[in-house]
Design a protein around this ligand. Structure first.
Ligand code: ZN
Length: 401
Protein backbone atom coordinates (compact mmCIF):
# COMPACT_ATOMS: atom_id res chain seq x y z
CA UNK A 1 0.00 0.00 0.00
CA UNK A 2 1.14 3.56 -0.50
CA UNK A 3 0.03 6.63 1.40
CA UNK A 4 -2.35 8.92 -0.38
CA UNK A 5 0.09 11.86 -0.65
CA UNK A 6 1.89 9.98 -3.41
CA UNK A 7 -1.19 9.49 -5.59
CA UNK A 8 -1.04 11.30 -8.95
CA UNK A 9 -3.71 13.90 -9.69
CA UNK A 10 -6.53 12.49 -11.84
CA UNK A 11 -6.55 13.56 -15.50
CA UNK A 12 -9.76 15.36 -16.49
CA UNK A 13 -10.83 15.87 -20.06
CA UNK A 14 -12.68 19.05 -20.90
CA UNK A 15 -16.40 18.56 -21.34
CA UNK A 16 -16.24 19.64 -24.99
CA UNK A 17 -13.78 16.84 -25.79
CA UNK A 18 -15.97 14.41 -23.89
CA UNK A 19 -19.06 15.53 -25.79
CA UNK A 20 -17.28 15.22 -29.14
CA UNK A 21 -16.14 11.74 -28.16
CA UNK A 22 -19.60 10.68 -26.97
CA UNK A 23 -21.24 11.99 -30.13
CA UNK A 24 -18.72 10.29 -32.40
CA UNK A 25 -19.13 7.04 -30.48
CA UNK A 26 -22.92 7.21 -30.76
CA UNK A 27 -22.79 7.77 -34.55
CA UNK A 28 -20.12 5.07 -34.97
CA UNK A 29 -21.89 2.40 -32.97
CA UNK A 30 -25.54 3.25 -33.73
CA UNK A 31 -25.34 5.21 -36.98
CA UNK A 32 -26.53 6.29 -39.43
CA UNK A 33 -28.21 8.63 -36.96
CA UNK A 34 -30.18 11.82 -37.31
CA UNK A 35 -29.03 14.76 -35.19
CA UNK A 36 -32.24 14.37 -33.21
CA UNK A 37 -31.52 10.70 -32.41
CA UNK A 38 -27.87 11.51 -31.65
CA UNK A 39 -29.07 14.08 -29.12
CA UNK A 40 -31.42 11.56 -27.55
CA UNK A 41 -28.72 8.88 -27.29
CA UNK A 42 -26.01 11.13 -25.86
CA UNK A 43 -28.21 13.27 -23.62
CA UNK A 44 -26.85 16.40 -25.35
CA UNK A 45 -29.19 19.18 -26.43
CA UNK A 46 -30.09 19.32 -30.14
CA UNK A 47 -28.35 22.73 -30.30
CA UNK A 48 -25.12 21.28 -28.87
CA UNK A 49 -25.24 18.38 -31.32
CA UNK A 50 -25.58 20.81 -34.22
CA UNK A 51 -22.52 22.78 -33.00
CA UNK A 52 -20.42 19.69 -32.33
CA UNK A 53 -21.23 18.03 -35.64
CA UNK A 54 -20.04 20.97 -37.73
CA UNK A 55 -16.23 20.58 -37.31
CA UNK A 56 -16.59 16.80 -37.47
CA UNK A 57 -18.12 17.16 -40.95
CA UNK A 58 -15.61 19.85 -42.01
CA UNK A 59 -12.72 17.55 -41.07
CA UNK A 60 -14.27 14.51 -42.67
CA UNK A 61 -15.04 12.39 -39.61
CA UNK A 62 -18.76 12.39 -40.30
CA UNK A 63 -20.61 12.45 -43.59
CA UNK A 64 -24.24 13.28 -44.27
CA UNK A 65 -26.30 10.72 -46.09
CA UNK A 66 -29.28 11.40 -48.29
CA UNK A 67 -32.26 12.91 -46.51
CA UNK A 68 -34.72 10.45 -45.03
CA UNK A 69 -38.06 10.72 -46.75
CA UNK A 70 -41.38 10.13 -45.09
CA UNK A 71 -40.38 11.25 -41.59
CA UNK A 72 -42.91 13.72 -40.16
CA UNK A 73 -41.68 17.22 -39.35
CA UNK A 74 -38.46 18.67 -40.75
CA UNK A 75 -36.54 16.16 -42.86
CA UNK A 76 -33.61 14.67 -40.94
CA UNK A 77 -30.23 14.15 -42.58
CA UNK A 78 -28.66 11.01 -41.17
CA UNK A 79 -25.02 11.21 -40.10
CA UNK A 80 -22.51 8.43 -40.36
CA UNK A 81 -18.81 7.96 -39.74
CA UNK A 82 -16.64 8.11 -42.85
CA UNK A 83 -14.90 4.72 -42.73
CA UNK A 84 -12.10 5.92 -45.01
CA UNK A 85 -11.18 8.93 -42.86
CA UNK A 86 -8.62 6.94 -40.89
CA UNK A 87 -6.94 3.57 -40.83
CA UNK A 88 -4.96 1.68 -38.22
CA UNK A 89 -2.71 -1.35 -38.26
CA UNK A 90 -3.51 -3.97 -35.64
CA UNK A 91 -0.97 -6.59 -34.61
CA UNK A 92 -1.48 -9.71 -32.55
CA UNK A 93 1.88 -10.69 -31.11
CA UNK A 94 2.24 -14.42 -30.52
CA UNK A 95 5.19 -16.68 -29.82
CA UNK A 96 7.20 -16.72 -33.06
CA UNK A 97 4.37 -15.36 -35.20
CA UNK A 98 2.56 -12.08 -35.86
CA UNK A 99 -0.87 -11.59 -37.35
CA UNK A 100 -1.57 -8.13 -38.67
CA UNK A 101 -4.55 -6.36 -40.20
CA UNK A 102 -5.19 -3.01 -41.81
CA UNK A 103 -8.54 -1.75 -40.53
CA UNK A 104 -10.62 1.27 -41.54
CA UNK A 105 -12.46 3.53 -39.13
CA UNK A 106 -15.37 1.08 -38.94
CA UNK A 107 -12.76 -1.51 -37.90
CA UNK A 108 -13.47 -3.40 -41.12
CA UNK A 109 -10.41 -5.43 -42.10
CA UNK A 110 -9.00 -4.28 -45.48
CA UNK A 111 -6.10 -6.71 -45.62
CA UNK A 112 -4.31 -9.14 -43.35
CA UNK A 113 -0.93 -10.82 -43.21
CA UNK A 114 0.91 -13.38 -41.06
CA UNK A 115 4.62 -13.33 -40.44
CA UNK A 116 6.84 -15.78 -38.59
CA UNK A 117 9.78 -14.32 -36.69
CA UNK A 118 12.72 -16.24 -35.26
CA UNK A 119 14.12 -13.69 -32.79
CA UNK A 120 11.96 -13.07 -29.71
CA UNK A 121 14.14 -10.28 -28.30
CA UNK A 122 12.43 -6.85 -28.24
CA UNK A 123 14.69 -5.80 -31.12
CA UNK A 124 13.73 -8.87 -33.17
CA UNK A 125 10.03 -8.32 -32.53
CA UNK A 126 10.24 -4.64 -33.53
CA UNK A 127 11.99 -5.71 -36.78
CA UNK A 128 9.14 -8.12 -37.50
CA UNK A 129 6.43 -5.54 -36.71
CA UNK A 130 8.10 -3.09 -39.10
CA UNK A 131 8.20 -5.68 -41.88
CA UNK A 132 4.58 -6.70 -41.28
CA UNK A 133 3.40 -3.07 -41.37
CA UNK A 134 5.28 -2.42 -44.63
CA UNK A 135 3.52 -5.41 -46.22
CA UNK A 136 0.10 -4.22 -45.03
CA UNK A 137 0.73 -0.67 -46.28
CA UNK A 138 1.79 -2.13 -49.63
CA UNK A 139 -1.54 -3.95 -49.87
CA UNK A 140 -3.64 -0.97 -48.75
CA UNK A 141 -1.90 2.08 -50.25
CA UNK A 142 -5.01 4.23 -49.62
CA UNK A 143 -4.24 3.96 -45.90
CA UNK A 144 -0.76 5.48 -46.17
CA UNK A 145 -1.40 9.14 -45.39
CA UNK A 146 -4.47 8.44 -43.24
CA UNK A 147 -2.79 6.01 -40.87
CA UNK A 148 -3.57 6.83 -37.25
CA UNK A 149 -0.94 4.43 -36.02
CA UNK A 150 -0.36 0.92 -34.76
CA UNK A 151 -2.16 -1.06 -32.09
CA UNK A 152 -0.34 -4.06 -30.66
CA UNK A 153 -2.07 -6.70 -28.56
CA UNK A 154 -0.34 -9.46 -26.62
CA UNK A 155 -1.04 -11.85 -23.79
CA UNK A 156 0.33 -11.13 -20.35
CA UNK A 157 0.48 -8.15 -18.02
CA UNK A 158 0.54 -5.04 -20.19
CA UNK A 159 0.37 -1.54 -18.75
CA UNK A 160 -1.26 0.16 -21.73
CA UNK A 161 -1.15 3.64 -20.20
CA UNK A 162 2.60 3.39 -19.55
CA UNK A 163 3.20 1.61 -22.88
CA UNK A 164 5.01 -1.12 -20.99
CA UNK A 165 4.97 -4.89 -21.27
CA UNK A 166 5.27 -5.59 -17.55
CA UNK A 167 5.45 -9.37 -17.97
CA UNK A 168 4.90 -11.53 -21.04
CA UNK A 169 5.73 -15.12 -20.07
CA UNK A 170 5.50 -16.44 -23.66
CA UNK A 171 8.34 -14.10 -24.71
CA UNK A 172 10.22 -14.15 -21.40
CA UNK A 173 9.88 -10.35 -21.24
CA UNK A 174 9.86 -8.17 -18.13
CA UNK A 175 9.40 -4.39 -18.24
CA UNK A 176 9.88 -3.90 -21.97
CA UNK A 177 8.84 -0.38 -23.18
CA UNK A 178 7.40 -1.83 -26.41
CA UNK A 179 5.27 1.21 -27.27
CA UNK A 180 8.30 3.53 -27.28
CA UNK A 181 10.52 1.04 -29.12
CA UNK A 182 8.02 0.67 -31.99
CA UNK A 183 7.15 4.39 -32.08
CA UNK A 184 10.84 5.38 -32.22
CA UNK A 185 11.55 2.92 -35.00
CA UNK A 186 8.53 3.68 -37.15
CA UNK A 187 7.71 7.29 -36.34
CA UNK A 188 3.99 6.66 -35.86
CA UNK A 189 1.66 6.63 -32.86
CA UNK A 190 1.55 3.28 -31.11
CA UNK A 191 -0.66 1.82 -28.42
CA UNK A 192 -0.06 -1.49 -26.74
CA UNK A 193 -2.68 -3.38 -24.81
CA UNK A 194 -3.34 -6.74 -23.26
CA UNK A 195 -4.93 -8.73 -26.08
CA UNK A 196 -8.13 -9.53 -24.20
CA UNK A 197 -8.55 -5.86 -23.23
CA UNK A 198 -8.12 -5.00 -26.92
CA UNK A 199 -10.86 -7.47 -27.81
CA UNK A 200 -13.12 -5.82 -25.25
CA UNK A 201 -12.50 -2.41 -26.86
CA UNK A 202 -13.34 -3.87 -30.28
CA UNK A 203 -16.48 -5.39 -28.83
CA UNK A 204 -17.43 -2.10 -27.21
CA UNK A 205 -17.02 0.06 -30.29
CA UNK A 206 -17.67 -2.36 -33.10
CA UNK A 207 -19.51 -5.36 -31.67
CA UNK A 208 -22.42 -6.23 -29.45
CA UNK A 209 -20.87 -4.16 -26.66
CA UNK A 210 -22.26 -1.07 -28.34
CA UNK A 211 -25.68 -1.87 -26.88
CA UNK A 212 -24.33 -2.64 -23.38
CA UNK A 213 -22.59 -0.09 -21.14
CA UNK A 214 -20.99 -2.90 -19.13
CA UNK A 215 -19.88 -6.38 -20.09
CA UNK A 216 -17.10 -8.92 -19.60
CA UNK A 217 -15.08 -10.86 -22.19
CA UNK A 218 -13.73 -14.29 -21.22
CA UNK A 219 -11.38 -16.11 -23.61
CA UNK A 220 -10.43 -19.77 -23.54
CA UNK A 221 -7.46 -21.44 -25.18
CA UNK A 222 -3.90 -22.08 -24.02
CA UNK A 223 -4.73 -19.68 -21.19
CA UNK A 224 -7.86 -18.03 -19.83
CA UNK A 225 -8.24 -14.30 -20.43
CA UNK A 226 -10.74 -11.84 -19.07
CA UNK A 227 -11.49 -8.15 -19.56
CA UNK A 228 -14.18 -5.78 -18.34
CA UNK A 229 -15.90 -2.75 -19.77
CA UNK A 230 -17.71 -1.04 -16.89
CA UNK A 231 -20.00 1.93 -17.46
CA UNK A 232 -18.53 2.39 -20.93
CA UNK A 233 -14.87 2.25 -19.84
CA UNK A 234 -12.27 -0.47 -20.10
CA UNK A 235 -11.40 -1.46 -16.53
CA UNK A 236 -7.66 -2.18 -16.38
CA UNK A 237 -7.28 -1.94 -12.62
CA UNK A 238 -4.78 0.29 -10.84
CA UNK A 239 -1.76 -1.16 -12.66
CA UNK A 240 -3.22 -3.02 -15.62
CA UNK A 241 -3.44 -6.29 -13.71
CA UNK A 242 -7.25 -6.65 -13.62
CA UNK A 243 -9.02 -9.61 -15.19
CA UNK A 244 -6.87 -12.49 -13.98
CA UNK A 245 -9.85 -14.82 -13.92
CA UNK A 246 -7.51 -17.61 -15.08
CA UNK A 247 -5.70 -17.60 -11.76
CA UNK A 248 -8.79 -17.67 -9.60
CA UNK A 249 -8.66 -20.88 -7.57
CA UNK A 250 -11.76 -22.90 -8.50
CA UNK A 251 -10.70 -26.37 -7.35
CA UNK A 252 -8.37 -26.22 -4.32
CA UNK A 253 -7.47 -29.90 -4.70
CA UNK A 254 -6.94 -29.53 -8.45
CA UNK A 255 -3.85 -29.57 -10.65
CA UNK A 256 -0.84 -27.33 -10.02
CA UNK A 257 -0.89 -24.27 -12.27
CA UNK A 258 2.19 -22.85 -14.05
CA UNK A 259 1.87 -19.86 -11.68
CA UNK A 260 2.65 -22.20 -8.77
CA UNK A 261 -0.82 -22.27 -7.17
CA UNK A 262 -3.10 -25.28 -7.18
CA UNK A 263 -6.48 -25.49 -8.88
CA UNK A 264 -6.45 -22.22 -10.84
CA UNK A 265 -9.15 -21.99 -13.51
CA UNK A 266 -6.44 -21.97 -16.19
CA UNK A 267 -4.94 -25.20 -14.82
CA UNK A 268 -8.39 -26.82 -15.02
CA UNK A 269 -9.72 -25.57 -18.37
CA UNK A 270 -6.70 -24.33 -20.35
CA UNK A 271 -5.45 -26.58 -23.17
CA UNK A 272 -2.68 -28.12 -21.06
CA UNK A 273 -5.07 -28.86 -18.21
CA UNK A 274 -7.57 -30.61 -20.50
CA UNK A 275 -4.81 -32.75 -22.03
CA UNK A 276 -3.43 -33.64 -18.57
CA UNK A 277 -6.90 -34.56 -17.27
CA UNK A 278 -7.51 -36.84 -20.27
CA UNK A 279 -4.11 -38.53 -19.92
CA UNK A 280 -4.76 -39.11 -16.23
CA UNK A 281 -8.27 -40.45 -16.77
CA UNK A 282 -7.27 -42.93 -19.48
CA UNK A 283 -3.69 -43.82 -18.54
CA UNK A 284 -2.74 -43.01 -22.14
CA UNK A 285 -0.56 -40.15 -23.29
CA UNK A 286 -2.42 -37.30 -24.95
CA UNK A 287 -0.45 -34.31 -26.26
CA UNK A 288 -2.97 -32.07 -28.01
CA UNK A 289 -6.32 -30.69 -26.97
CA UNK A 290 -7.66 -31.46 -30.46
CA UNK A 291 -7.24 -35.18 -29.65
CA UNK A 292 -9.41 -34.78 -26.56
CA UNK A 293 -12.04 -32.86 -28.54
CA UNK A 294 -12.12 -35.56 -31.25
CA UNK A 295 -12.42 -38.31 -28.65
CA UNK A 296 -15.31 -36.48 -26.95
CA UNK A 297 -17.10 -35.94 -30.25
CA UNK A 298 -16.65 -39.66 -30.99
CA UNK A 299 -18.46 -40.43 -27.74
CA UNK A 300 -15.50 -41.31 -25.47
CA UNK A 301 -16.91 -41.07 -21.94
CA UNK A 302 -13.58 -40.06 -20.35
CA UNK A 303 -13.20 -37.17 -22.78
CA UNK A 304 -16.80 -36.08 -22.27
CA UNK A 305 -16.24 -36.09 -18.51
CA UNK A 306 -13.09 -33.97 -18.92
CA UNK A 307 -15.12 -31.28 -20.72
CA UNK A 308 -18.03 -31.54 -18.30
CA UNK A 309 -15.59 -30.94 -15.40
CA UNK A 310 -14.12 -28.00 -17.30
CA UNK A 311 -17.66 -26.61 -17.68
CA UNK A 312 -18.17 -26.85 -13.91
CA UNK A 313 -14.89 -25.00 -13.22
CA UNK A 314 -15.76 -22.31 -15.76
CA UNK A 315 -19.27 -22.01 -14.35
CA UNK A 316 -17.82 -21.42 -10.88
CA UNK A 317 -15.56 -18.66 -12.14
CA UNK A 318 -18.25 -17.00 -14.23
CA UNK A 319 -20.81 -17.08 -11.43
CA UNK A 320 -18.25 -15.32 -9.19
CA UNK A 321 -17.88 -12.72 -11.91
CA UNK A 322 -21.69 -12.32 -12.06
CA UNK A 323 -21.94 -12.11 -8.27
CA UNK A 324 -19.27 -9.40 -8.07
CA UNK A 325 -20.07 -7.23 -11.09
CA UNK A 326 -23.58 -8.16 -12.27
CA UNK A 327 -22.76 -7.48 -15.96
CA UNK A 328 -25.70 -7.68 -18.40
CA UNK A 329 -23.52 -9.58 -20.90
CA UNK A 330 -20.54 -11.95 -20.91
CA UNK A 331 -18.84 -12.71 -24.24
CA UNK A 332 -17.18 -16.11 -24.26
CA UNK A 333 -14.54 -16.42 -26.95
CA UNK A 334 -11.10 -17.78 -27.87
CA UNK A 335 -9.92 -20.93 -29.64
CA UNK A 336 -11.25 -23.04 -26.75
CA UNK A 337 -14.88 -22.36 -27.59
CA UNK A 338 -14.57 -24.67 -30.59
CA UNK A 339 -15.50 -27.29 -27.97
CA UNK A 340 -18.31 -25.23 -26.40
CA UNK A 341 -20.92 -27.86 -27.28
CA UNK A 342 -19.04 -30.17 -24.89
CA UNK A 343 -19.05 -27.91 -21.82
CA UNK A 344 -21.83 -25.33 -22.09
CA UNK A 345 -24.53 -27.47 -20.41
CA UNK A 346 -22.30 -28.06 -17.37
CA UNK A 347 -21.28 -24.41 -17.36
CA UNK A 348 -24.88 -23.15 -17.39
CA UNK A 349 -25.96 -25.59 -14.68
CA UNK A 350 -23.09 -24.45 -12.44
CA UNK A 351 -23.85 -20.77 -13.07
CA UNK A 352 -27.51 -21.38 -12.16
CA UNK A 353 -26.45 -23.11 -8.96
CA UNK A 354 -23.72 -20.70 -7.82
CA UNK A 355 -25.03 -17.27 -8.74
CA UNK A 356 -26.56 -15.66 -5.68
CA UNK A 357 -29.09 -13.30 -7.19
CA UNK A 358 -31.54 -14.58 -9.79
CA UNK A 359 -31.31 -11.22 -11.56
CA UNK A 360 -27.48 -11.48 -11.79
CA UNK A 361 -27.96 -14.93 -13.35
CA UNK A 362 -30.13 -13.35 -16.03
CA UNK A 363 -27.10 -12.36 -18.10
CA UNK A 364 -26.66 -12.66 -21.87
CA UNK A 365 -23.95 -15.26 -22.48
CA UNK A 366 -22.65 -14.80 -26.00
CA UNK A 367 -20.43 -17.50 -27.52
CA UNK A 368 -18.33 -15.98 -30.27
CA UNK A 369 -15.69 -17.69 -32.46
CA UNK A 370 -12.37 -15.90 -32.57
CA UNK A 371 -9.91 -16.29 -35.45
CA UNK A 372 -6.42 -14.79 -35.01
CA UNK A 373 -7.35 -11.89 -37.32
CA UNK A 374 -10.04 -10.83 -34.85
CA UNK A 375 -7.41 -10.47 -32.12
CA UNK A 376 -5.42 -8.23 -34.47
CA UNK A 377 -8.58 -6.29 -35.31
CA UNK A 378 -9.04 -5.70 -31.59
CA UNK A 379 -5.57 -4.16 -31.43
CA UNK A 380 -6.41 -1.94 -34.43
CA UNK A 381 -9.67 -0.90 -32.73
CA UNK A 382 -7.71 0.17 -29.64
CA UNK A 383 -5.53 2.42 -31.80
CA UNK A 384 -8.54 3.79 -33.71
CA UNK A 385 -10.36 4.58 -30.50
CA UNK A 386 -7.46 6.37 -28.85
CA UNK A 387 -6.33 8.14 -32.03
CA UNK A 388 -9.79 9.37 -32.94
CA UNK A 389 -10.54 10.65 -29.46
CA UNK A 390 -7.25 12.58 -29.49
CA UNK A 391 -7.94 13.99 -32.96
CA UNK A 392 -11.45 15.02 -31.93
CA UNK A 393 -9.99 16.72 -28.87
CA UNK A 394 -8.01 18.95 -31.25
CA UNK A 395 -11.28 19.99 -32.91
CA UNK A 396 -12.81 21.20 -29.68
CA UNK A 397 -11.58 24.77 -30.22
CA UNK A 398 -13.55 24.88 -33.43
CA UNK A 399 -16.86 24.19 -31.72
CA UNK A 400 -18.68 27.48 -31.86
CA UNK A 401 -20.14 29.02 -28.72
ZN1 ZN B 1 -2.45 -19.99 -11.76
Amino acid sequence: MRDHDSLPAPVRLGSREQHLGALFEAVLTRGPLSRRDAARLTGLSPASVTKLVKPMITHGYLVERDREAGVPGRPQIPLQVDAERHYAVGVKLMEGELVGVMADLHAEVQSSHRLKYPDTSPEGVVDAIEELTATLLGRSPEAGDRLLGLGIGLGGHVDGEAGMVVHAPFLGWHDVPLQQLVADRMGVDVVIENDVNALAVAEQWFGSGSTFQSFAVVTLGVGVGCAFVLDGKLWRGASGAAGELGHMVVTPEGRVCHCGKRGCLEAMVGDEGLVAAMSQATGRRYTKVSQVVSAAHAGDQHARAVFADAGVSLGRAISTLLNLLNPPMVVLSGEGIAASDLFMDALRAEVDQDTFSTSARDCTLLVRPLPDETWARGAAATMLRQGVLLSLGRLSDEVAG
